[in-house]
Design a protein. Sequence first.
Length: 397
Amino acid sequence: MDGNSAVERLVNSLQGPELLTKISWQEWQEIEPPYPETEFSRRNVFTRYNRNGYAWDIHGILYTPEAEVDNSVAIVIFHGGAGSAIAKDITPDGRPGIAPVMASQGFTVLSITYTGHYPPGGIWTMPIAERMPIYLMDQDLSDEEIVDRNRKCTFNTIVQGAAQLVEEHLAGRNILAYGHSTGGPMAALLYKFLNKARVIGLLGFGSGGPDGWRKQWLEQYNQPQKIKPIDAISRRSVQSFKDSGYNDSPDFVRPWGGAEEFMAEYDPIRSHFKLALRDNQHRGALAQLEQHHLLTDLPQAEFFDHLDDPDASWLESIGVLLLVGENDRSHWQIGETDFDRCEVFIGGKYREHTERSHVIAIPNYSHYGIMELYNEKIPFTWLWAYKSGYFQTPTAC
C-alpha cells in the first residue's frame, strides 16, 4: 500500500467487524491502482443455447490482459436493465469503463450483454421507440414470436446463457461476479448455473442482491412495487432518466453533462429498453409473475425461483463487497438511518452467512457512479480487497 492512508483505511475496514464504512471524497480520490498497468486485448464472443422452448444467442466481450495477476481468477460483469456490455467498455465522455480498467490491472474479464440486447454488429440504428429484442443473430423473427419470447426470457434464461459463455471461455476459474442494478441479482444467481467454474465473490456498486431479499426490504419500508403490464416495454428517455434519479449526482462528477448528453452518447450502444418481465421479476411482483406462468405454461419456478434464498453453504464460502453512491436514490437515499438503506440491508443479509460482507458508501455518486468521474476507483477498491485476501475462504483450524 506504500503508505497510502486511504487504501490502508479501506483494507483495514474489510478486516473489521463493522458492516458499513463511509469514505470521504478526498480519500476516494487518493485510492491508487493496486497492480501495475498492463496491455490487454478485447474480442466479442457469442454462444447459442436452449431454454423455455427456444434457441437463444447471447453476447459478451472478453478482455484478456497480456500479463495476468492470477490466471485462476476472472471477473464477470452483468449490466443494468437497459444497458449492454459495450456501455461497460466506455463512459459517455470517452474514458475507460470498469471492464477495461480491470483488464488493464491484469484480470481476465467477461462482460455480458443480456439476451436480446445485442444487435448484429453491436450498434442500434433504429429509434429507441422502435427497438425490439434481437434473440437470434442470424434470423429475423416474427412479431408474434418476439412477443412470446419476451414472456419467456426470464432471469434464468439470461443467466444460463451467461454461464455457458463463462464455461466456454473461463472453465476452471474462480469467478468474481459484478452486476449493476437489475444485473445485481443475476450476478448472485450465476453460481447455480456453473459446473466448470466457481463464484467465490460478489462485487457491488448499485447492485443490491438476491431479489427475494430486495422484496423483503421493499415491504419492510413500504416502498411501491411499480408493477408493469405483462407485455409492456419500458423505453429510456431523457425524462425517464431524470425521473429515475440517474442524474442526481453533482455536475462536477458528470463530465459528459446531463441526461440529454448521456442518452445521446449511449443511444447507439445501449438497447435503452427493458421488458416488463425483467421489471416484474426484479421487483418480485408475484401476481404479474403468476400471469406469466399461466400465459406461457412454463413451470412456475421459472418465474419465481430467483426469489429463493441462495444456497447457504455457497453464501458461507464467498466474500461480498458492496459499494454504493450516497446520491443513489433507490440503493441509498431511502431510509431514516444508514441501516435502513437498501444496500446496508442487503449487506446485512449476506452477513448472516459470511463475515466477509461489507458496504462502502461513497459521496457524490449517483446510481451511475460506475461511469462518473474517478469511476476507476471502484474496480481499484474491489481489487485492493482481492489483493488483501478478502475473497479467499478462510482455512478451518
